[in-house]
Design a protein around this ligand. Sequence first.
Ligand SMILES: [Zn+2]
Ligand SMILES: [Zn+2]
Length: 128
Amino acid sequence: MRRETKQRQAILRVLRNTRAHPTADEIYEEVKKEIPNISKGTVYRNLQVLQEDGSIAVLNLNGTLSRFEVKRHSHYHFRCERCGQVFDLDEPVNNEIDKKVAERTGFKISHHQTEFRGLCKECQQPSK
Ligand SMILES: [Zn+2]
Ligand SMILES: [Zn+2]
C-alpha cells in the first residue's frame, strides 16, 4: 500500500515537472530513474488510477499514443504533424460551444477537446 503511494507520487512528480505531455513509456523511463525496480505494468496501472481519481488528464485523439498531463485549467493543444510534440495553447477554452451544442442536441456536454495540427516552429525550419 505504502509502496503504491510512493510510486504514484513519483509519477505525479514527473508529470508536474514537464509540459511535454509524455507518453506512458516516457513516464516509465523518468520514474525508473527514481525507482529503478519499478515495472512498466506498475506505471501503466498507476496512470489508470490517477486518471480515474481525476489527478491527471489523458490526451488520446485520433488513435495516437496516449499522452498524459496533470490536470490544469482546461486548455487547447497543438500537435506537430512532423515531430509529434504536443504543446499547450494559451487560447482560452470557449465554454459557450458546450452550451450551444447542448441546446441544439439535447446532449449533456461535460467538456470538449480540440487539437490544432500543423508544424511547430522547429519543424518549419528549412532542412536541418
Ligand atoms: Zn515539430
Ligand atoms: Zn496540456
